[in-house]
Structures are given as C-alpha cells and as structure tokens.
Design a protein around this ligand. Structure first.
Ligand code: AQP
Length: 332
C-alpha cells in the first residue's frame, strides 16, 4: 500500500500557511493512504528553541492535527525525537548526500541569511534528516507545500544514490503531492515572502490559535494597494498582496481564483477584507476551540503521541536493521 509521511515543525505559532499548505490536505488523504504524521521536533532545534516552549509547541502541533480532523487510530501520529531511528538513518544519509547537493538548497540560504557561518550544522543537513524521516518508513508519497519541493527532490536523490551505491533496491523514490490554490500562502505584510511561524511580525500571519478579533485585526491591517479588487486573474501584476488575500479566500472557500475575481471584482479591498474575515473566522474558530480543548488535557495528547511512537517504531526498526545490514554494520 502507498504510504505517506509528512510533518510540521513545532517552531512557533502554527499559521494558516501550515494549515492550508499541509494539515488540511492530510485530513483528506487519511481515507486513501496509510499515513504517518509527525511533529518534527528534531527539525525544529536546527534553530534555537526555548526548551519549555518546544515542549508546549510540540503538543500544540499535535493538538492542531487532531483538531483539524486527523484520526489518531487510523493514522500514526507521533513526535520525531521519540523514535531514535530517525537520527540513526539521518547519520547514514549524512554520509550518502553530497556537499554540492546541500549547497544548492535555497531554504538553508533563506534561513541562515547573511550570517551563514553562524548557522547550526543541523540546519545545513536538515534535508538529510527529512529524507530519513520519509525513507525510514519507505514512504512513497509526501504531501508538502510548494516550498518543500526542493528538499523532496533531494530525498529522491539520496534514495537513488543509496540504492545504486549498495546495488539493492532498498528505498522507493518518494513522490511529492502538492495541492491546489494555497500551496504557498504569503505573508500579510509582504506578498513576496512566505507566511511563516517564525516571522518576527505577528501581523505577517494568521495563527491557528488566533481568535475572531485577532483574525479581523490582522486582515484589516494586511497590506493591499489603493486599487479595487481585480475582476480577472490577469489583473494581479505587481499586486502580490492582493493576490495572496484572494488566494486565501479561495482556498478557505474551495473556490478557484477566477471565481473569487468574478464574485468580488470591482469592489473595494475594505469590503473584500470583511468577506475574508467572515470566512476565515468561520473556518478557523472551530479548529482553535478544539485545539484549546486538547491543550487543556496534555495527558490525552501525550498518550496519543506515545501510542503513535510505538507504532512508528514497530515499522521503522526492521527497515533500519535492513539498512544497517546492507551498509555492513556488524551485529555483534
Ligand atoms: N506559507 C505556507 N504556505 C503553504 N504551505 C506552507 N507550509 C509552511 N508554510 C507554508 C507547509 O507546512 C508544512 C510544515 O512546514 P514546517 O513546519 O516543516 O516548516 P516550514 O515550511 O519552514 O514552515 P514555517 O511555518 O515557515 O516554519 P518556520 O518559520 O519555523 O520555518 C510543510 O509541508 C510546508 O510546505
């Protein structure tokens, strides 16, 4: 059966981008695939995380998965550091991936910024750990946002090189699954920048825990331009912020951008923002309320993650052992 692996980092306040670009799609996929959904805490520490916040954010990402409708019985839901095989396979992949491959990764360049010398080594080899996450389960499909496509290509390169180097078809080449309109939700302050958990400005993102007032305020303050809403998709030249808001509306309402243009074309952005606020509050409020219910019962979240880690480990261990045997590690 096809097997899906995907994850979100507990690296801050979950955003609408994480929801529309990833979590919402998983809810659909759980009916057709064997799914492993991970809270990738080992990825999160590639950049500094306050320990207490990391613990809290880990539960919060799990709470969001559950609140969005992911069934922890049907799927495996766990946090990465609870299955040590991820780190073991990642080390082997550190020895398979080439420096030149990692040097091409644009996310490292974006996240390390100008101060590359001071970035953690973990941030540099992050894509190798991501490859290990997927291939540890011989994952065949990976639903990701557009921003993760390059890392997934690297995971395929690693799988292929490993198979070639050792002359055995151990790993499948995982396929990306990229969905619909909101594959890249942009910042509310700068339509050329991705909406991110770690953006220093709260006003750049809609958070999954934001209440109705916060959502309304952020949408009201979102950057636009003085022109009315365009009535066709050709009217977005130099209007990245306008396009982003309309894309978000379309994604939340399951409408194509063309349809949003047809419905609101010619209206002022002040009016359009009211409609966007209404749909955002209607779709997100039930999720944030449910997230809070889980956060008020951390023992329940922990029990779900513990059960998931046991089930993940049961799949991972035989695959890791197979890999170790192929590499030639002695089993004394
Ligand atoms: N803005 C986005 N639009 C669409 N999809 C997005 N994703 C993230 N941001 C957007 C998707 O969410 C999944 C989990 O991402 P992640 O937590 O592993 O890391 P990220 O992509 O680096 O997300 P952030 O929010 O930008 O985190 P920080 O600020 O910590 O770096 C992925 O499938 C991603 O595509």
């Amino acid at each position: 059966m096809d097997r899906i692996f995907s994850g979100v980092q507990p690296s801050g306040n979950l955003t609408l981008g994480n929801y529309l670009g990833a979590i919402r799609n998983w809810v659909e996929l759980q009916n057709d695939y064997e799914c492993i959904f991970c809270v990738v805490d080992m990825h999160a520490i590639t950049q500094w995380q306050d320990p207490a916040e990391l613990t809290r954010n880990t539960r919060e990402v799990a709470a969001c998965y559950l609140a969005a409708g992911i069934d922890p019985k049907k799927n495996i839901l766990f946090n990465q550091s609870a299955v040590s095989a991820h780190a073991e396979l990642a080390w082997i992949f550190n020895c398979v991936a080439r420096m030149g491959w990692l040097n091409r990764m644009t996310q490292f360049k974006e996240k390390a910024g100008k101060n590359k010398e001071n970035a953690s080594v973990g941030l540099y080899v992050y894509p190798n750990l991501m490859a290990a996450d997927i291939l540890l389960y011989k994952g065949t499909h990976v639903p990701v946002g557009d921003d993760q496509k390059q890392h997934l290509e690297l995971a395929r390169d690693i799988a292929q090189k490993f198979n070639n180097d050792f002359g055995k078809e151990i790993f499948p080449l995982p396929e990306p699954m990229i969905f619909g309109a909101a594959t890249r939700v942009m910042s509310l302050r700068d339509g050329t920048k991705k909406m991110s958990k770690s953006d220093p400005s709260e006003y750049a993102r809609i958070g999954m825990k934001d209440d109705a007032d916060a959502i309304a305020l952020k949408i009201r303050k979102a950057k636009t331009d003085p022109h009315p809403v365009p009535d066709s998709v050709d009217g977005f030249e130099d209007r990245a912020e306008a396009k982003n808001l309309m894309n978000i509306y379309g994604a939340l309402n399951n409408m194509k951008l063309e349809e949003v243009c047809a419905q609101y074309g010619g209206q002022s952005f002040a009016d359009f923002k009211k409609a966007l606020t209404e749909v955002a509050v209607a779709k997100l409020s039930p999720i944030s309320t449910e997230m809070q219910r889980y956060m008020d019962d951390p023992a329940q979240v922990d029990a779900i993650l513990r059960d998931g880690a046991e089930r993940a480990n049961a799949i991972a261990q035989p695959i890791l052992q197979e890999v170790k045997d192929v590499v030639g590690f002695l089993r004394p």
